[in-house]
Design a protein around this ligand. Sequence first.
Ligand code: SF4
Ligand code: SF4
Length: 411
Amino acid sequence: MTTISPFGSPLYILAKPAGSKCNLACNYCYYLEKSKLYDGQHAQIMSDETLELFIKQYIEAQTTSSVLFTWHGGETLMRPISFYRRVIELQKTYAAGKAIDNCIQTNGTLLTPEWCQFFKKEGWLVGVSIDGPQEVHDRYRRSRSGRPSFVQVMKGIKLLNQFGVEWNALAVVNDKNVKDPLAFYDFFRSIDCHYIQFTPIVERLETHADGRKLAAVAEAGEGGMMPMSVTPEEWGNFLCEIFDEWVHHDVGNFFIQIFDSTLANWMGVQPGICTLAKQCGHAGAIEWNGDVFSCDHFVFPQYHLGNIHQNTLLELMYSDRQMSFGKAKHDSLPRQCKECPFLFACHGECPKNRFAKTADGEPGLNYLCKGYRRFFAHVTPYMDWMKQELQHKRPPAAIVELLQKEPNHFD
Ligand code: SF4
Ligand code: SF4
């Protein structure tokens, strides 16, 4: 049975107009192998018919007055500009008075003046994947033939700046760049990038009959951790070191998504990052052929909700199955999390990473738990202080001034 009970909050769908196609083949990519779900189907790009249906249904599924489209990959710029011009045409046709925004994620290597002109004109926000300084970026972010990509990405960023396009960085934290957090953070400051998101690599290996190699959370992960993954200790250390630098110098000037979301949880408001939210389920993914999955990190056959050519997005995203998926984030927490003093900030992080066991052997603990516990304990006095400032309607950025006068104030 399908329950249609839309929330008052927006629904997000990451759309894959080029499926998992990409001009790069980064060693740690979790998405490239998704093409194997569609083996034998050649094009694997979104048709005009699917695009139109998606845009229509996505706008209709929203209960809010604005709609955010997120174009994701694979590499989104593998589709021509004409595809995105058509997107705009269709959005106008079906907007029904709603305000439409677009953001697009790219590896940055295919950006040209024409793309930048288009993004500027249409007011699109561009997310660029870049992993830090050249030597760490080029370690894993390479083409199929092994050519490094840093120089191309930086050319793309220069073009975005030249055309005044709004952009932010999405950095993958791996076993290499995690070891030098300050060099990593300094790099983003040096290129004047003020909005930064970090995603840690946590992947396990598992052999599948169709050739896929990454394990879904409920699978055993017999092949062990993917070697580019971070350890919980490294992740905790990475967050703490960058936080210290940020809190002493950059609050209010550089925006680091995980720190802002942590402060949001300290304030009891919805964080901007799903991993630190109490529930998930309101952010699905749509593949090139209209297949809808529970989340971009759950594009596995087990989490296939249906296809928009058979059911509407509203039916799929508010189905009992998806509702249970969203609620399970909280309901399936092990006792250690339920009793954790930082549950309000962590919420057990992403269910995709919950394949570890608690000290007393209960399954379902987040692999990164140790790192998060260290981070949340470390930031507590600073977060308490910033929370108090916000409650008194003062900017939390005043913490920088305080720490400049009294560097050891919180010791
Ligand atoms: S499963 Fe993980 S990535 Fe997906 S919505 Fe939930 S927390 Fe976010
Ligand atoms: S820090 Fe660890 S125990 Fe606490 S909520 Fe997060 S994952 Fe659970």
